[in-house]
Design a protein around this ligand. Structure first.
Ligand SMILES: [Zn+2]
Ligand SMILES: [Zn+2]
Length: 369
């Protein structure tokens, strides 16, 4: 008697927990995953559809490390497959973990800008030996500006790809961009300008990820008119490397929050940090890492920074630490191969959102406007 009552209670509980757990997600969740100055950004919709932008770094150990970090987020989001994976461009810090990741979870759809254009033995080897086998078992799309990635709860529009940028403004956008008059172009390489960039809306919430799009393409996208409009959250920002994030881009889209995927000694230099901090309407910048290139002077409070290094510095100096000259004898950046933390954004259709630093639990609510 007692046993059957207990069983009935357990069965009732299971009924409650089962469907309820499946329905609990009402937010668009975005995990900015620490891949050491590379990119891996995972979107999970309320109905459980997923989009991963990039897969971390290339190399015998770092591919395994970064794929493992992506899988931690995948498990946290209770995903059993990745519905869409965008490789923004063929740099090792973006496609690098893909081969390892694909061994660990089914990937249904690959999206890229087309063939690699920048000679690089690592990318060429990957594209010759690994990628064809992956896309043979899945859907494969070469993204074109204006394409939409078919997802139920969110609108995902390609705004840059293979050097092309959106020419027809998004709904409500198209106003003259006052920052065009003072634009100064900067250097770039061959692959960054080819990045697949997407603009995403979820109800009233608006965000964007442009891969490593450099200043010249920002100008092409944003001048003479602002074809994007305004954003709630600007994601990635090319690791806050100073070949991107000009005022024509950052100041014109006026994000309330920026979440940058910088490294321990990659990005977040003083010049780009000044552009970010002076962006009109910016409430907070969240960083995936402390960067030596910022020092204390140009960084945010530690509450907003998700990761330290394996060997902790006694103190971050006030002044930025200059990057060593590039060359064969350059010391490696401070390592972080241990436990890594993500920054998780949860957005609601009314435009409100929450950001959580997984390292310290620090959470901030941003009310709908
Ligand atoms: Zn990059
Ligand atoms: Zn790290």
């Amino acid at each position: 008697m007692r046993k059957s009552m207990l069983l009935t209670a357990v069965a009732a509980l299971a009924l409650c927990v089962g469907p309820a757990a499946a329905q609990t997600r009402t937010t668009l969740d975005v995990y900015t995953i620490d891949v050491e100055g590379g990119n891996a950004t995972l979107f999970v919709t309320p109905s459980g559809e997923s989009l991963l932008i990039d897969t971390g770094n290339y190399g015998p150990e770092v591919s395994v490390r970064d794929a493992g970090r992506i899988m931690e987020a995948v498990r946290d989001a209770r995903l059993t497959q990745l519905d869409h994976v965008i490789i923004t461009h063929w740099h090792g810090d973006h496609f690098g973990g893909l081969g390892e990741l694909a061994k660990q979870i089914p990937i249904k759809h690959y999206i890229d800008h087309g063939p690699n254009q920048q000679p690089d033995p690592r990318a060429d080897e990957f594209l010759a030996k690994v990628y064809p086998g992956l896309i043979a078992k899945a859907k494969h799309t070469v993204a074109k500006v204006g394409d939409k990635i078919d997802m139920k709860d969110i609108d995902v529009q390609v705004v840059t790809s293979n050097g092309d940028t959106l020419m027809t403004p998004l709904p409500g956008a198209g106003q003259p961009n006052p920052y065009c008059a003072t634009f100064k172009d900067g250097p770039t390489n061959i692959e960054d300008p080819l990045s697949v960039g997407v603009h995403i809306t979820f109800g009233k919430f608006r965000t964007m990820h442009l891969g490593d799009i450099p200043k010249g393409k920002e100008f092409q996208l944003m001048c003479p008119v602002n074809r994007i409009g305004t954003l709630d959250v600007f994601l990635g920002l090319h690791h806050a490397v100073n070949t991107s994030t000009s005022e024509v881009m950052m100041h014109a889209v006026r994000p309330r929050v920026a979440i940058v995927n910088n490294g321990t000694r990659k990005g977040a230099q003083p010049d780009v940090m000044q552009v970010i901090f002076s962006s009109p309407g910016l409430e907070n910048l969240w960083q995936i890492h402390f960067s030596q290139l910022s020092g204390q002077e140009y960084t945010v409070p530690g509450m907003f920074i998700a990761n330290h290094t394996d060997a902790e510095m006694a103190a971050m100096p006030v002044a930025p630490i200059a990057a060593p000259a590039p060359g064969p004898n350059t010391p490696p950046p401070p390592a972080h191969n241990g436990k890594a933390y993500w920054i998780k954004l949860s957005a609601r259709p009314d435009g409100s959102f929450t950001v959580i630093n997984a390292r310290n639990g620090f959470t901030k609510e941003y009310a709908a406007r």
